[in-house]
Design a protein around this ligand. Structure first.
Ligand SMILES: O=C(O)[C@H](O)[C@@H](O)[C@H](O)[C@H](O)COP(=O)(O)O
Length: 236
């Protein structure tokens, strides 16, 4: 089982304060240890305030690589683009000086874009300093969606990224074609921060942690991985 540390907060402000200060420290340490720091980011409402806070800090941003954990296969101008979300939150103010690595390239499909994306991600320092994950009420994390086309590859490949076509649901919406970090890439992180908000997702998290079929809840693969270092952040 992964090493799991659970942090429960009274509210989102307290979660954001602790998350921001941990992220800042990890980035500072990453640069001090290796010359550069790598931050893997997810979309979602939970990390947004911490991204905005970090963007205002005078870190050595020129030596910080920011890359997506997962992305819908849509252009950055699309309202559902995770990259657009990161650009409007983290990559502002001081954070605008960070080196951003896109997941989305000009290939027509995520599958066709995999090699280019893999080559870009292979340039990054490993282990990554921090990987931020969210989770959905369906037990997905990154873009490892239940029963998705490409899920097995995403869970078993030694590559860093993998194309996914999710089964359409209320959680995925219409855009099901995505790129994701593989489980192996998530595991190749000094620490994974899993952000969970609300009672419903807490119940899903507990269910996933207890074990069971990974295809039903891919979060299980992360929580039950032999050597991932996970810090779970929960707020109501
Ligand atoms: O690409 C996506 O579909 C979202 O980024 C998604 O995976 C998100 O990370 C989770 O749904 C958690 O969202 P919250 O932070 O809002 O709980």
């Amino acid at each position: 089982m992964a090493t799991i540390t659970e942090k429960f907060f009274a509210n989102k402000d307290e979660l954001t304060a602790e998350l921001s200060s941990c992220l800042e420290q990890r980035l500072v340490d990453g640069i001090a240890d290796d010359g550069r720091a790598v931050l893997m980011v997810s979309g979602g409402s939970s990390p947004a305030p911490a991204y905005k806070h970090l963007s205002n800090l005078p870190l050595d941003w020129a030596n910080i690589d920011v890359a997506m954990v997962d992305e819908r296969w849509v252009d950055v101008g699309h309202e559902k683009s995770n990259e657009a979300f990161i650009k409007s939150t983290l990559l502002q103010n001081h954070g605008a000086a960070a080196n951003f690595i896109t997941m989305k390239n000009t290939a027509a499909t995520a599958e066709q874009g995999t090699d280019e994306c893999e080559a870009a991600y292979q340039q990054l320092k490993r282990p990554f300093d921090v990987t931020i994950l969210g989770m959905g009420p369906d037990g997905h994390t990154a873009s490892l969606f239940p029963h998705a086309e490409g899920l097995e590859q995403g869970l078993n490949s030694t590559d860093l990224v993998s194309a996914i076509n999710a089964v359409e649901s209320d959680v995925t919406g219409k855009i099901t074609e995505r790129m994701t970090l593989t489980l192996a890439a998530i595991a190749d992180s000094k620490v994974v921060k899993l952000l969970i908000s609300g009672e419903e997702k807490l119940a899903v998290y507990k269910l996933a942690k207890a074990g069971g079929d990974v295809a039903d809840m891919p979060l299980r693969a992360v929580l039950n991985h032999p050597n991932i270092n996970i810090e779970v952040y929960w707020a109501p």
